[in-house]
Design a protein. Sequence first.
Length: 387
Amino acid sequence: MPYRLLTIAALFLGLLMWMAPSDATAQQGRSGTATIVGTVTDADTGEPLESANVFIANSQIGTATDSDGRYRLDNVPLGAQRLFVSSVGYDAEARNLNLREAGMEMIDFELTESVVDLDETIVTAERDDEWLERLQRFKRLFIGETPNAEETELVNPEVLDFTQSMTNFRAFADEPLEIENHALGYRLTYFLEEFEATRNRTRWDGEPLFEEMEGTPEQEAEWAERRREAFLGSFHHLMLALISNRVEGQRFQLYLRPGAQTQQVADGAFGSMPELSGQRYPIDDLSEIMEPGEAAEEWILDFRGAVEIAYMGAEESDEYREWIARNTGDRRIRTGSRFQTSQIWLERGPATIDYKGDIVDPYGVTRSGYFAYKRIADQLPKEYRPN
């Protein structure tokens, strides 16, 4: 586990100092919640689709349509949200929303039946040793290789099939993945749309719905502590620190690498290590990389090259160093202490952040380094805040 530089008391006090002003700011112009209602129908026939899954991606807010294809989501926080709809036998759809006012939003969906091209999709017919080997590879790349990943179970691996060539590895799921994270106390229903891995890069497209697991008081206390550990130093922690102007207070140090180069990265990609070049410069003024957005309580990330982030609250773990060695082939001994370091890239141009620290375009920021090391097993619902 990463070495802790702060005592629990210091962490608690620091979080209190950060969270209180941030929450007060969030209430200005963004008080209240929204209700989203609508129907889900067949695009060809117009018939209602019953039992379609409708939920806010990366959250605990979800429901299923009734016999008339209707759904209702209450208490949806304002700001950036991704509304996802899926039904068996149909292509899933998603809408990126930016809810700016409390009230009711009506959003209908017309789903198209799925068409499988058997000539292009060749999958493993039997669950043989080759399939089992590919399953293990998928779990390492998707669920992760952190200590939390060791306690995360893929409950229904039988829904997966794989293809593999000399250059890439792909996974397909004909049903949602059911994942139980016994480290953080969450059950995930993950709707995997696409998964592909090459030698140096992994990318996938999909949406999870979170549900809290029930446990003993001792288990729930441990989950609460481990959730906080997963949050501290995370990408979401960084975004909240940026918009509350408390980067240093939250123990982040930022550097700009304007000459950094990287290959074009597809949506949702994670690189094991970026191609960094040129000198790095400390970011002393956040206006160098961020400016106010068009609407109240929104900000725009805009920079060239890469921003490097050092989280001074924890050092690299031995597990992370081993992960770097396996994924890059760089087995040089890293001497001395090194804080958790990550990089972010704007492959799709400027990215908007809302008052909750969420990126309006969910794939607007590409991550590498420590942010890429932590994958599904270390993911928290977007509404999570440490108590």
